[in-house]
Design a protein around this ligand. Sequence first.
Ligand code: C2E
Ligand code: MG
Ligand code: MG
Ligand code: MG
Length: 277
Amino acid sequence: HAKDCGRRQAQYFNQAISTTAKARFQLESQLTEAIATDGLSVVYQPIMSADGHSVVSAEALVRWQHETQGFMSPAEFLPLAYDTGLIGSLDLWVLERVCRDIQRAREQELPMPPVAVNLSSDSIMDPLLADKVWERLQRYQVLGAQLELEVIEDAIKGNSTVLRQTLEELVRMGIKLSIDDFGTGYSSLLRLKNLPFTKLKIDRSFIQDLPQDADDCAITLSILGMARGLGVEVIAEGVENSEQEAWLQHQGCNYLQGFKYHKPMPVEAFMELLITT
Ligand code: C2E
Ligand code: MG
Ligand code: MG
Ligand code: MG
């Protein structure tokens, strides 16, 4: 009996594994196809001046409208993109879509602020990244100054010559570089000082409970102080209410981003916003 039971369990287990594996494989090929056939989309979230009144730039965020699972957020499919090595082509797809949107805005004589594109650690470690970015800038006649790139803190922790060369080449094209989710990773002050980043984005987890949480206040203050010392600007992510805003303004934060101002929106809505404000 015990043996039977064990066998049955093993059977279930194998079935469960193969179902998951099948589902994963299916999702992987669907994502591959979505990247190849423009089945993804990009939404834009405005980044505001310190007073919270004007749009100074925007962050491009990827979305996937899945046939059966509906709208999927990056949290649901980026891990898969990383695991399967698709993340590099996904990043490039987003970069290209953003360049195309910038080109269209120019053709229609619409104002378009600089747009920040997120890069994975895979992309930033790709020795050909600078060439690939340059190629897109050329193809869509976009100036480097119209583009910013965000890299998460952990992606730059190694001491690689390739990384340094890539970052310097991007800066030479006029592209500004930001460190994303700052405070959650392990970058040292020295690395910050030695690499050509000009902005830090304080992770939403530190902003969320401002100004009630004393630890978060202390952490945010020390990031602001350090950034000022290094001559780097600071963006607060995930600002949702007036209390957070007032505190950040009082402490001299340079830029604010979050649902308090705008949620990420399709390019048409973003263009509309730029015209009407
Ligand atoms: P991130 O780069 O830190 O982007 C900010 C995330 O916070 C976005 O989530 C945005 O919608 C969300 N957010 C902004 N303001 C608020 C707020 O006030 N409250 C709350 N609760 N959330 C807010 P999203 O779009 O789901 O993206 C999640 C992450 O996925 C991004 O975090 C980024 O790390 C990654 N990601 C998004 N697009 C791309 C991409 O094209 N390439 C790569 N490599 N990663 C991407
Ligand atoms: Mg980002
Ligand atoms: Mg972030
Ligand atoms: Mg974040």
